[in-house]
Ligand binder design. Sequence first.
Ligand code: FES
Ligand code: FES
Length: 164
Amino acid sequence: MNDKSVELILNGRKASLKVNDNTTLLNALREYGITSLKRGCEEGECGACTVIIDGQPVKSCLILSPEVEGRDILTVEGLMDDGKLHPIQQAFIDEGAIQCGYCTPGMIMSTYAMLLRNPDPDEEEIREALSGNLCRCTGYLSIIRAVKKSAKLLRDASKGGGSR
Ligand code: FES
Ligand code: FES
């Protein structure tokens, strides 16, 4: 039985997760309706469950829900702005970086976190930042192109005062 509440900021809004001491953040968020997170390996290997916590990418299968009390969590659901895709989402579509889509939300969140720290990454930096996210379909080249395009779109938007 879920007998605890965890209060946090989820995608910019206050939220309360119903959990018990052993509920992983992955399971708590999925039960809350955040279905972009995929239940892949549940061992920290695949990255399909990646969320951003206070600006850092975290595998939500490896963290227990009570640990996120008061924290700020972002998932793919929080990236859209007024029904408009985030530039990273748009770039993944434009570059054909989505096949089955299972890895995509995690890839996008790891990309988001990297671009917060490094707005103009080279290929090696991209591969390093995404090394915890596995994709069985694309061979990664289209993903790397998508990340480079995301970076450019975000740099251009920031010159114009746009996208978060
Ligand atoms: S489900 Fe969390 S890393 Fe695979
Ligand atoms: S698109 Fe299928 S696992 Fe990456």
